[in-house]
Structure formats: structure tokens, C-alpha cells
Unconditional design. Sequence first.
Length: 241
Amino acid sequence: MLVIAVHGSAVPEAAATIDRLVAAVEAISGVHALVGHLDVQRPSLAEVVREHPRAVVVPLLLGDGFHRRVDIPAVLEGTGCVLTEGLSGERDVARALYGRLREAERRRGPYTRADAVVVAGAGSSRPGGNAGTETCAAQLSALLENTDDGASPVPTLPAYLTSAGPTVPEALAALQAAGYRRIAVATHLLAPGRFTRTLNASAAWTVSEPLADHPRLAGLVVDRYESARGTRALRAARLAC
């Protein structure tokens, strides 16, 4: 069984976004996928793994903060479930973010590009919890440099919505003070909610959509699941010898 662990949200659009991810995962893998929520929504992750012990649990998380390192392992303790890594630092996350950024730019005009980018993550006070956003900002910067031949370099800064700095308003203000005018926010978040509403109300020139229903994210979830299944099958075969 594949279980996707998600944060959960009271915003209906968030559930719809995760539903699209699940549909894409099932279409790619042919495996039935269940969703377990860490907060707000039901069923909870604890309820799902209680019904499906020994499942492969893929955390749909862009950082390795408290949920990935503390919350989820505590829920899975004693269940026999396999916990995979989250999505932090994966190059396909940056590629998905690049695609969303280009979509946001096209909404402002067919031939207009941002002259600076703020990569906006949720933020974590836990050591290493912001590494996913930092890595994604560096990867996005490289993608922009490699695809915009002959164009001026695009400053790409990580920023956060809570628990860490610089904040998104601080990053936007710093870039504006440096003379940049078409500053895009690349949304390093998974689904619509309170944080995306904050970004959409910011002073950014354009704001990209969240990432969970991008096809590359579905591919990453399937890769995590299949790798875990391969490891479990190999372990079982060794024990049978």
C-alpha cells in the first residue's frame, strides 16, 4: 500500500490539489494511493497506517523540518511501515518550480520575464529545516541561467513565511531597493492555503501556483514508493535464504 503523508488544510482548494496529485500517482504507478493527514483533515496519518500496517509512507513535504523528522516517525513507530525521504532538495522540485514560474510570467505577458525571483518557502526553526528551500533556490537560479541564453543573470533569493528569515516582504524590499521591478515570487509550497493567500497579496510582480499537482511531483512520489518496495523485496529475499 502507498500512503502519502500530507500536512492537511481547511482550504477546499488544497484538498482538490492533493486529489489531482493522487490521481496522477495512480495513473503512473497503477497502485492505489491513500492520503494520511498530519493536521486539520481526516483521515489522519495515524488512522490510515493503523488500517494498513507495513505500508510505504511517502511524506509530501518540501523540507526536513519537525514533521519529517519527529511527527511522522512517531506516528509510524511500531506499525511496520516504511518511511521514505521527503522531497527536500530534489532537482525535479526545482524543475516543477521553474515551470510554474514560467506560467506566472506568461500571465503578465507572452514575452515578459521576471528580473528577480524570491523563492518563498514555509519556513522552519529546526536546524536544516530550510535546506529544501535554499537548495531549490540555487537549483532554480541555475535553471534560469542555463535557459535564458544571453540574458542578464536573475537574482534568486530564498525567503520564508514563518519561523525563519529573511521574510518574503524583506526579500522583496531588498530587491526593490536594488532597482529590480519585475520581481516574481516562486511559490515553494505544495497546495493553496493561508500562506499562498499571503503571497498573492504581496508586492510581487507575479506569483506562481503551488506545486503538489505538477506532474513532476507525482513522478517523485512514485519513485520514492518504488525504491522503498525494491528495498523491502530485497530484504525479504535475503531473510528467506
